[in-house]
Design a protein. Structure first.
Length: 616
């Protein structure tokens, strides 16, 4: 077959092995069709190519194509017989023989198993070893992607619930950016809602100037907690605390008055505006400190307040287009017919809602950033809000942008209920991080060779890494149980284990006095003679595929699972084979593999927002 045979669209010739193999399968489908064996529509090909995946068990080869079972009926053949035909055409596909061993006989009902040729795998990891990007190809067509994440309501202290959006959103942004997309991160702060009304109302009644001067967020937090109980608290909650009960008796109408303060702020009342401007820096300062500690940065922090000037226009426009209409004084978009509750954009008292701001925000982002996608990394409990938001946006004429709710589950305590302190309060993010670091200090304090200052830094990196990793390694849509003990274990799928693996890999190079720059400049190719070397190289060569899979479903846990596999393969390699004591050329080849493993693990952790240490 000629080398210029048509390729499936979008498949570059020198991508990952999986891309290359999929390109070969695509060519095979075309020749199967032209030979009259089975008719395959071009439109069908992407779905069929998704059925080319890595095998679960190495004894079946490296990749497996499972489409014969689904296609057999249409071909009028037994799956196995069709698989034989596919395999025959696959072997003839351009580029196949350079990279892959001839496919053997299909196994089972018709699995086409493929193994990368050892020389091709060796060449790929040798190239990765010399490559800044570690052999990870960039996407062919970069998208502009807005990632809306963290986005806390700022007048209250950040708590454990905020960790997920912050950590998952940051990892996704890092990964998409490394893949070559143009990412725009935006912290959509809740800086304009009812929680500010609570603070304004409380401050005017029992604010303490001296306390605010000494510890602004402490004082605002106190006010917030008090007013929240007064305004929203259950009767037994109020009765349980004498100081609250006393205030409740004094201010029986707190709930309504709080809403009035919020409305006054929104209407531009000078006093409330001045207080808001005074409180905001304190709120932001606190949050900023946490982001710094978490090593999370945003390109933009356009909070809800930023979009206030546009809200009336959004409602007018929705009305003018006949999408929104009045209902009992309020204005809403009736998405599911007249008898179902509408998506409210203005309340009867004239106040705009969370939804109104989100609509204005979409329009603003489209106008200014022209994104191909907007990702909202937000708690799954807001699922209905986003369903309605996206549907309204579509009817409003917003198209050409993919709006995605990247939802996540709840952080639970040992008791299986949402994670709380013993006293029943939500756990503040700051104290959560402090405790993680403290406990990490106890685990990593063992290394005598570290100074006190170094130990402190190691504990910070390990403690915060543990908390992040414990979150990221979960399937994001499920709830998970928060456990310091588990997350700080030195074995198992934890940050500490991964950080330890990096330190161990690099320890070998250090022990041998190896100059890594010089090592990369020598011409030694990586040779995969031993199965353990091959297994490690194969994992490393999959880095690009793994990141593609993370993007496909916005799941960082695909990356953590792979890092764990890489570390496992490294252990097996390290335990079985001599490195520094090996004769040449194995010694150089294995040292190169060590260097590459260390860089790959470090990069993987970096993409998760997790730091590494030299010693621990
Ligand atoms: N501030 C909201 C909350 O804490 C989350 C905002 C998410 N982003 C958005 N565009 N709605 O629940």
């Amino acid at each position: 077959m000629a080398d210029d045979a048509p390729r499936a669209p979008g498949l570059a010739s020198a991508g990952t092995f999986r891309d290359r193999l999929r390109g070969c399968f695509a060519a095979a489908f075309q020749s199967l069709a032209s030979d009259g064996i089975v008719a395959i529509d071009a439109a069908e090909i992407p779905t069929l190519l998704e059925q080319v995946r890595e095998t679960a068990d190495a004894k079946f080869g490296d990749y497996s194509g499972t489409m014969a079972m689904g296609l057999a009926k249409k071909a009028g053949k037994k799956p196995r017989d069709l698989a034989i035909e596919i395999a025959r055409h696959l072997a003839d596909a351009p580029g196949y023989a350079e990279a892959f061993a001839p496919p053997g006989d299909p196994v089972g009902p018709g699995f086409i198993n493929v193994r990368i040729r050892d020389e091709a795998l060796g060449a790929a990891v040798s190239a990765a070893f010399r490559d800044e990007r570690l052999g990870v190809p960039g996407v062919a067509e970069p998208d502009t992607i807005v990632i809306d994440f963290s986005s806390p309501n700022v007048a209250k202290p950040m708590h454990v619930g905020h960790i997920r959006s912050t950590v998952i959103g940051d990892a996704i942004a890092r990964i998409l950016g490394f893949r070559g997309h143009h990412t725009i991160t935006d912290n959509h702060l809740g800086d304009w809602g009812t929680q500010f009304g609570m603070i304004l109302w409380g401050w005017k009644r029992f604010g303490d100037e001296a306390a605010f001067a000494a510890d602004p967020t402490g004082e605002l937090g106190r006010i917030y907690r008090t007013v929240r109980k007064l305004a929203d608290g259950k009767p037994e909650e109020i009765a349980a605390d004498p100081s609250i009960a006393e205030l409740a008796a004094k201010y029986p109408d707190a709930g309504r008055e709080v809403l009035l303060e919020t409305a006054r702020l929104h209407e531009g009342d000078a006093d409330n505006r001045a207080l808001w401007e005074r409180f905001m820096p304190a709120c932001l300062g606190d949050i900023e400190r946490l982001y710094e500690r978490l090593d999370v940065r945003f390109d933009h922090t356009l909070g809800e307040s930023f979009f206030q000037p546009f809200l009336a226009g959004v409602v007018d426009d929705l009305e003018a287009k006949g999408l929104a209409r009045e209902s009992r004084g309020a204005i809403g978009v009736f998405l599911d017919g007249d008898d179902k509750p509408p998506f409210l954009v203005r309340k009867a008292d004239g106040a705009f809602l969370y939804a109104t701001t989100d609509l204005a925000t979409i329009r603003w982002r489209l106008e200014h950033w022209k994104p191909d996608r907007i990702l909202y990394v937000v708690d799954h409990r807001q699922g209905q809000h986003f369903d309605q938001l996206f549907e309204t946006a579509k009817r409003w004429g917003i198209d050409g942008v993919d709006l995605v709710h990247v939802a996540f589950g709840t952080v639970l305590g040992d008791d299986g209920k949402p994670f709380k302190t013993r006293a029943g309060d939500t756990v503040g993010l700051e104290s959560l991080l402090n405790e993680g670091v403290e406990r990490a200090a106890a685990v990593v304090a063992a290394d005598e060779g570290l100074s006190l200052e170094e130990r402190r830094r190691v504990a910070e990196t390990v403690g915060i890494g543990a908390i992040k990793y414990a979150d990221l390694c979960q399937n994001r849509t499920t709830d998970y149980v928060f456990s310091y003990d588990k997350m700080l274990q030195l074995t198992g799928n934890t940050a500490a284990y991964m950080q330890y693996a990096v330190a161990r890999v690099e320890g070998v190079l250090e022990k041998g006095g190896i100059d890594r720059g010089a090592l990369r400049n020598t011409a030694t190719p990586i040779v995969l003679a031993d199965p353990k070397e091959r297994a490690l190289a194969l994992e490393i060569a999959r880095f690009g595929e793994v990141l593609e899979d993370v993007e496909a479903d916005y799941r960082p846990n695909v990356l953590t699972a792979w890092l764990f596999d890489v570390a496992g393969c490294y252990s097996a390699f390290y335990d079985a084979l001599p490195i520094l004591k090996a004769p040449e050329p194995e010694r150089s080849s294995r040292l190169a593999l060590c260097d590459l493993t260390g860089r790959v693990l470090r990069k993987g952790l970096e993409l998760l927002g997790i730091g590494t240490v030299r010693k621990m």
